[in-house]
Design a protein around this ligand. Structure first.
Ligand code: NAD
Ligand code: IPM
Ligand code: MN
Length: 369
């Protein structure tokens, strides 16, 4: 059979730095596990803007459509912060999600045993934590119309964003959350602010309907998003799957990152609908951004990017064994005491991006021997 098509979009800041460690892993897989992919590279974000004038050139969208899966780095940075809204690098990822119909962003927050003490919370609160945040990713306030900055008759400016959700948009992402719950602990917490937002009222109603009609076996709980943020800090282990809008899911997943030790550890999968042929568009991206404060220093944690690649192998390429191999090797590297700066703990060995990547390959070598 033909090789799986993988599109790599490194982007900006630490994106290319952490992606380099995935490339080395791909080379290792070719040599040691005799699996190879048809790897293509593409431009996105500020890098694409500088080269082509657009943060998401048509060529990149076409390559992404043609690929079996996309591995995305991160976009944005101070160099482009003053540009008009339509030219911001961040539009790169937003357009990819929208144009490929990637409506479900899966963000697992897992506390690995060796990192229990790197969490912002007390060890007992987070030991064994395994939460899956399902974030809607093509709708809501990120895309709703009208939006913009306008000047009123009084000469004063107004900033406008609009939160809109249709029942179909809510139902399809709810199904993703319910399906995931069935393979986990069978519990979904749906978050909104139905107490103050009309879109939140509809969200709660539709999620309830889908749950009752199609997933009566899955326990469904509704929670206001602000309370959920508090509960995540106070008693995170009560959660299994958390379902939320584009904006609430974005906020809660950064919060969950702090519980796991570092945002440098959190991968994600952004998935489209399953087509009649069983295929689905899919893009894999770390939860973190381009980290301008540490870019170019060789100190970024590459593990969120590597774990995103592992998710890609599992979800898009059906390579569960390889995904597990990589995740287990990461566990052993961390258990061995190696730490990038973001997860550094007393008594551990501080290393940079490249050394962390090499340590991972050494662990994999041992496992393959
Ligand atoms: P950020 O996630 O880039 O950084 C937040 C903090 O976490 C920083 O202190 C950073 O050093 C640290 N951090 C992030 N990733 C790390 C890693 N792998 N290893 C070690 N430390 C890490 O968020 P920000 O600073 O708010 O945003 C910076 C830029 O990135 C902005 O332009 C923003 O729009 C963009 N951004 C892009 C994405 C994406 O491409 N998916 C996601 C979030 C932010
Ligand atoms: C993320 C980021 C993006 C988002 C930005 C860069 C557009 O914060 O992937 O979490 O808000 O979706
Ligand atoms: Mn975010």
């Amino acid at each position: 059979t033909a090789n799986k098509k993988l599109l790599i979009l490194p982007g900006d800041g630490i994106g290319p730095e952490v992606m380099r460690e995935v490339r080395r892993l791909i080379d290792w897989m070719a040599h040691r596990r005799r699996v190879s992919f048809d790897v293509q590279d593409g431009l996105v974000g500020g890098a694409a803007l500088d080269a082509t004038g657009s943060p998401c050139p048509d060529g990149t969208v076409e390559k992404a459509r043609a690929a079996d899966a996309v591995l995305f780095g991160s976009v944005g940075g101070p160099k482009w912060d003053a540009l008009p809204f339509e030219q911001r690098p961040e539009l790169g990822i937003l357009r990819l999600r929208k144009d490929l119909g990637l409506f479900a962003n899966l963000r697992p927050a897992v506390v690995l045993d060796p990192l229990v003490n790197a969490s912002s919370l007390k060890p007992d609160l987070v030991r064994g934590l395994d939460v899956m945040i399902v974030r809607e990713s093509t709708g809501g306030i990120y895309f709703g119309e009208p939006r913009g900055i306008e000047t009123g008759p009084d000469g004063k400016r107004r900033g406008v964003d609009t939160e809109v959700y249709t029942e179909d948009e809510i139902a399809r992402v709810a199904r993703v959350a319910f399906d995931l719950a069935r393979s986990r602990r069978n519990h979904v917490t749906s978050v909104e602010k139905a107490n103050v937002m009309q879109s939140g009222r509809l969200w709660r109603a539709v999620v309830s309907e889908v749950g009752k009609a199609e997933y009566p076996d899955v326990e469904l709980q509704h929670m206001y998003a602000d309370n959920c943020a508090m509960q995540l800090c106070a008693r995170p282990k009560q959660f299994d799957v958390i379902l939320g809008s584009n904006l609430f899911g974005d906020l809660l997943s950064d919060l969950a990152a702090a519980l796991t030790g570092s945002i440098g550890m959190l991968p994600s999968a952004t998935l489209g609908a399953v087509g009649p042929d069983g295929r689905r568009n899919a893009l894999y991206e770390p939860v973190h951004g381009s980290a301008p404060d540490i870019a170019g220093k060789g100190v970024a944690n590459p593990l969120a990017q590597v774990l995103s690649f592992a998710m890609l192998l599992r979800w898009s390429f059906g390579m569960e064994e390889d995904a597990k191999l990589i995740e287990d090797a990461i566990g052993r590297v961390l258990a061995g005491g190696m730490r990038t700066a973001d997860i550094m703990q007393p008594g551990m060995a501080r290393v940079g991006t490249g050394v962390m990547g090499e340590a991972l390959l050494r662990e994999l070598d041992k496992a393959a021997a």
